[in-house]
Design a protein. Structure first.
Length: 130
């Protein structure tokens, strides 16, 4: 079972993602957050996760800052950025921060699930454009 924390500031999008992820036999959402700081608090409080699926732009702490902190404090946890931005500068900043994946929100669900599974399986960096 792949354990996932979903970090997304839009409640409708976040809860929709949680529902879709939990419908997959091998994916389980273990937490939800509306910003990166809440994710770090969950991790500090013992939430056990394999992957953080994070929005790029969030209030309080964005996805890039979250990725940098997670890579520093929890190097075994993988971060996958889920965003609507297909821009080379965002992709390179995400990669430099240590993220393992970059998936576009306007893609299909199967591409999202496949990207998460590839990252979990050990692929270094997965970029999914659909």
């Amino acid at each position: 079972m792949i354990r996932i924390i979903v970090a997304e500031d839009n409640q409708i999008v976040r809860e929709g993602m949680v529902g879709l992820l939990n419908d997959q036999e091998d994916l389980e959402t273990v937490g939800q957050a509306e910003n990166g700081l809440q994710v770090l608090e969950m991790l500090e409080n013992g939430t056990d996760t394999d992957i953080i699926l994070s929005d790029l732009n969030m209030p309080v702490m964005d996805g890039i800052t979250l990725t940098e902190r997670v890579r520093s404090l929890y190097p075994n946890i993988k971060v996958v950025m889920l965003t609507m931005h297909l821009r080379a500068d965002f992709i390179s900043r995400t990669l430099e921060a240590g993220a393992h994946g970059y998936i576009l929100k306007n893609g299909n669900f199967e591409a999202l699930f496949e990207g998460i599974r590839k990252v979990y399986a050990g692929d270094q960096f997965v970029a999914v454009e659909t």
